[in-house]
Design a protein around this ligand. Structure first.
Ligand SMILES: *[C@@H]1O[C@H](CO)[C@@H](O)[C@H](O)[C@H]1NC(C)=O
Ligand SMILES: *[C@@H]1O[C@H](CO)[C@@H](O)[C@H](O)[C@H]1NC(C)=O
Length: 151
């Protein structure tokens, strides 16, 4: 086997079988870089880090529960299956589904693009205040994580 093929096989094995596909814990720079790549303004990135930190602890597969089964919240930014996504586990219960997405796609682990797209939509519709952690913890610019070293 020549070196190039060995390299490709190794890449496939580590990519496809890595534990990352079981869910992924990001850090602020991972998230900031991915969001920047998708066109999110740099001036917003520290606030997004703060929201992801306090909503999900950067856990891309986090599912939160509120009031028993009244609502579940999905993914990095914890979107509710009452308003933002439709849960396939609760097909009989309709959601406003404003992000027009199956909630499972917001907790797919290695692909956070859908969560980021939905986040942009929520912010556009409701502003930062859509996240309760914003007022409490992420509003004060002095307390935000630094993203300077991420780029
Ligand atoms: C991430 O969230 C999932 C689903 O709630 C949970 O099972 C997992 O333990 C969490 N990971 C960490 C490191 O907290
Ligand atoms: C939530 O749903 C599960 C399964 O449908 C049910 O067993 C459980 O009792 C419910 N919990 C509450 C607090 O309603």
């Amino acid at each position: 086997m020549n070196l190039k093929i060995a390299y490709i096989v190794c890449w496939i094995v580590t990519t496809v079988f890595s534990p990352l596909s079981e869910g992924r814990i990001l850090n602020c720079c991972d998230l900031a870089r991915e969001m920047s790549r998708l066109g999110v303004a740099k001036s917003e990135l520290a606030t997004w880090c703060c929201i992801a930190q306090f909503e999900s602890r950067y856990n891309t597969t986090a599912i939160g529960r509120l009031n028993g089964n009244w609502s579940n919240d999905y993914g990095l930014f914890q979107f509710s299956d009452r308003y933002w996504c439709q849960s396939s586990a609760k097909p009989s219960r309709s959601s406003a589904n404003l992000c027009q997405i199956n909630c499972q796609h917001l907790v797919s682990g290695d692909d956070v693009r859908e969560s980021i797209k939905c986040a942009q939509k929520v912010k556009k519709l409701q502003g930062w205040r859509a996240w309760s952690v914003y007022n409490g913890r992420c509003k004060n610019a002095k307390l935000l994580p630094s993203i300077e070293e991420c780029f």
